[in-house]
Design a protein around this ligand. Structure first.
Ligand code: KG4
Ligand code: ZN
Length: 338
């Protein structure tokens, strides 16, 4: 891999992030989180765009400072072109274009979903990078899919959610429990103190490798409504057990299909990616499957799971080597297939 220095910019949702990569080593990975959305129980697109505008210059400056890199050492600029919230994407895209123009360096567009998967090739993401072909369970707030990764830029979605994403299920069920947004990491923390076998929730019965998470959300809602009628403090009195049980159900749904795909395709190289791959119980089940099923598992380093610019810089580096540059007239796109 070349030793070029590349700046990556991520602004697809509610994290403004900038990272500097040299070869496949991350020199800095800075993110500004947008706390404002907590008050609304979800990301408010208009507020996200405004916060990106405020954050982008300081975040990029910090990434250069931390990496101890001058602007003129940058060989190219990678940015998230999509998928994501259009207003948010526009901030990163416009900034990347302007900077590429002023530094007279190539501009490189990055698909956010490809980046979650290719984050596994960052030097310190794993002890060893995955070997092709591998399966990657890509689970975030907006997406849930099993991807067959044949090569860096040759990916096939073999199963995906037909309704909510897994992260969305964590967040929506967290809302029922009156937890802050995003609830995924809070449920993860509370679940550690709870009994995962306390409550059982409906599981979808779908053919092939597709997922559905709207059923479990409704099942939790109806169950809670029924119990709260009998005991108004039901949630408070059972919160840890509820979180542990919900988490167990979501992970079982995710892993059943992943195990089936690995068996059917006879693939033992199995990775997870995206915000939900930060989940400690999911990471533990992957470990267990390494022992039980002989999988070679790839669990990204924590900081490369939720949205970050390091993964964007990684993809930009791979495209830079291939001479795949983007025209300055390009625009952001809310939808962007793998
Ligand atoms: O990849 P990401 O940062 O943003 C998207 O591209 O969507 O994923 C965010 C999602 C949220 O739904 C959040 O609740 C979930 O990842 N998440 C978790 C954990 N940390 C983040 N879900 C379960 N357990 C966690 N520890
Ligand atoms: Zn993401």
């Amino acid at each position: 891999m070349s030793d070029s220095i590349i700046l990556g910019i991520e602004s697809s949702c509610d994290d403004t992030s900038a990272a500097i990569i040299k070869g496949n080593a991350i020199l800095s990975n800075i993110a500004a989180n947008q706390a404002i959305h907590k008050e609304y129980g979800g990301v408010v697109p208009e507020l996200a765009s405004r916060a990106h505008q405020q954050n982008i210059i300081p975040v990029v400056e910090k990434s250069l400072l931390k990496a101890n890199i001058q602007q003129n050492a940058i060989s190219a600029i990678g940015f998230t072109r999509g998928p994501g919230l259009l207003g948010s994407l526009l901030v990163g895209t416009s900034f990347a274009k302007s900077l590429a123009m002023s530094l007279d360096v190539p501009l490189i567009e990055v698909n956010h979903l490809q980046a979650h998967i290719l984050a596994h090739f960052i030097e310190d993401a794993n002890p060893m990078p995955p070997k092709f072909p591998f399966l990657c369970l890509t689970v975030s707030g907006g997406h849930t899919m099993i991807v067959l990764v044949k090569d860096y830029f040759e990916m096939e979605i073999i199963g995906k959610t037909i309704d909510d994403a897994a992260g969305e299920a964590f967040d929506k069920i967290g809302k029922i429990f009156d937890l802050d947004y995003p609830a995924g990491s809070i449920i993860d923390r509370l679940a550690k103190e709870g009994n995962p076998d306390s409550f059982k929730f409906n599981k979808p019965k779908l053919e092939n490798y597709d997922y559905s998470f709207s059923g479990i959300k409704t099942s939790v809602l109806y169950f809670i409504q029924k119990e709260v009628k009998k005991d108004p403090d039901f949630i408070k009195n059972n919160l840890n057990d509820l979180c542990a049980s919900v988490q167990k159900s979501i992970i079982e749904i995710l892993m059943n299909k992943l195990e089936k795909a690995a068996l059917d395709l006879n693939i033992k190289e199995v990775a997870i990616a995206g915000g939900v791959s930060a989940n400690s119980a999911l990471r533990k089940v992957m470990q267990d499957n390494h022992e039980k099923l002989g999988w070679n598992i790839y669990i990204p380093k924590f900081e490369y799971t939720t949205d970050n610019a390091a993964m964007i810089a990684m993809v930009a580096q791979l495209k830079f080597e291939r001479g795949e540059f983007t025209d300055l007239r390009t625009t952001a796109t809310a939808k962007y297939d793998l």
